[in-house]
Design a binder for this molecule. Structure first.
Ligand code: GDP
Length: 430
């Protein structure tokens, strides 16, 4: 049977070029738990040597805090790399228009989030399901829903003929008014604002696929992708239905930016030294007791975007292993070790059981996950302030023991350990 090519074809110029020109690889930073792991800080660290920093999914429902020289920056939509004036920041996928005067490059096919947020804020407020699952009510879910139902409005639509765009906006409003008859929208005034936004962002908009291709195939450079949200909030692999609307695992990097899997290089997973979760949903290692309260207060576990208190519990290695199975982490950043400094005893969840039998996988069904009992390993606390530690040997042996245990159980090297909020409070292990 002929395959349509001969053995000599591999010598052709195009094949040789392809072999030599596989391009730059992108490094990726992803949340390995339920978010708020301190990804911003890891991205900030890597962004100092990156030429391009990209966001690939989610919207202004994410929140990262970066502390540089005691100044705190909160990011919701912009890549945290924006602090580094030498790097280009790129926003792909479903991001909002709230970028205004900042020098970022927008992908040409991204969703116009604020169209939904602006036109239908009342729907967002009264949406009982959104209340139930604890979303940020920024309009991210409905925007992804519009994308899937093919009624979405994209930046490329806003950049093209404005009267066509206006017709689509009006149709969308009519569609929502048929579902919510009492809904009133001042469409003309909103369109006026959108027209103004369109002109302001026009110089920043690029075709995303071509932008990324040029970045990958141009001069050798470091390219960083900053994941928002986290593995267990992934729409497909997370604790559904209490998840976000996008793919926050590694596949979202390819679909969000339009880059080939072969150009994904290092994938760094970020995990706290304990676990937190915002909103409702199963949380096997949650501590509804003094330990949970201590982690919440010492860790300042309050959402950047929502201001909601985060639920807190012990580190869960079943979750981290599951996140690693999906993402293939090259290394892990273990943040907020310092929060554990005062504990007499520290536990780590190592397995789940149902009716006394070990569950060999991470349960996909929420009712099953609610029922699991956690098997713990217990460590005695180091009871020492680690916030001034800057290298591995500065850490107390009991803290080193804890870190090595986590590393061995997940089977992924821990590259960084966080011992405080600021840039310098990060121990680099290798
Ligand atoms: P992100 O969304 O994953 O970037 O995480 P957030 O920014 O929402 O939450 C992380 C919070 O923890 C921020 O306030 C950080 O400044 C802080 N943080 C990050 N790493 C550490 C650490 O190692 N120790 C302490 N104490 N705080 C940290």
């Amino acid at each position: 049977m002929s395959l349509g090519w001969s053995a000599n074809d591999h010598k052709s110029a195009a094949v040789k070029r392809a072999r030599n020109d596989s391009g730059n690889k992108v490094s990726v930073v992803l949340g390995a738990q339920w978010g708020d792991e301190g990804k911003g800080k890891v991205v900030d660290l890597l962004a100092t040597e990156s030429a391009v920093v990209c966001r690939c999914q989610g919207g202004n429902n994410a929140g990262h805090t970066v502390v540089v020289d005691e100044k705190e920056y909160d990011f919701h939509l912009l890549p945290s790399g924006i602090i580094n004036t030498k790097c280009t920041s790129f926003i792909g996928e479903k991001q909002s228009l709230a970028v205004q005067c900042i020098t970022v490059t927008l992908e040409d096919s991204i969703g116009v989030l604020t169209v939904y947020g602006r036109l239908f804020p009342k729907i967002l407020k009264i949406n009982k399901f959104s209340e139930f699952i604890g979303t940020t009510k920024k309009g991210i879910g409905p925007t992804y829903a519009c994308k899937a139902s093919r009624t979405g409005l994209r930046i490329c639509d806003l950049m093209a003929d404005f009267s066509e765009f206006s017709t689509r906006v009006k149709n969308l409003v009519l569609q929502y008014q048929s579902m919510y008859p009492a809904l009133k929208v001042d469409v003309e005034s909103e369109l006026k604002k959108l027209k103004d936004y369109a002109e302001r962002i026009r110089p920043l908009v690029r075709d995303g696929v071509y932008f990324m291709y040029d970045a990958i195939h141009g001069l050798p450079k470091k390219i960083l992708v900053e994941g928002a949200n986290a593995a267990l909030l992934d729409i497909d692999f997370g604790t559904y239905p209490f998840v976000t609307s996008s793919n926050c695992t590694v596949g979202g990097v390819c679909t969000g930016l339009g880059i080939p899997p072969a150009n994904i290089g290092d994938v760094y997973g970020v995990s706290k030294a304990y676990t937190t979760r915002v909103g409702i949903g199963a949380f096997p290692t949650e501590q509804l007791n003094a330990v949970g309260e201590l982690l919440q207060t010492r860790g300042h576990e309050v959402g950047v975007t929502t201001g909601r208190k985060r639920r807190c519990g012990w580190l869960d290695l079943v979750i981290l292993k599951y996140a690693h199975m999906i993402n293939g982490f090259t290394a892990i950043a273990l943040t907020k070790l310092d929060i554990l400094d005062v504990l007499d005893e520290i536990k780590v969840g190592v397995a789940y059981k149902i009716n006394g039998k070990r569950v060999p996988y991470f349960p996909a069904n929420m009712e099953v996950l609610q029922k699991v009992e956690v098997e713990y390993e217990t460590f005695s606390g180091w009871k020492t302030d680690t916030s001034a530690a800057r290298k591995w040997s500065d850490l107390p042996p009991k803290a080193q023991n804890y870190i090595r245990f986590v590393e061995n159980r997940i089977g992924v090297p821990i590259k960084w350990v966080g011992v405080g909020k600021s840039r310098e409070c990060m121990i680099q292990m290798f």
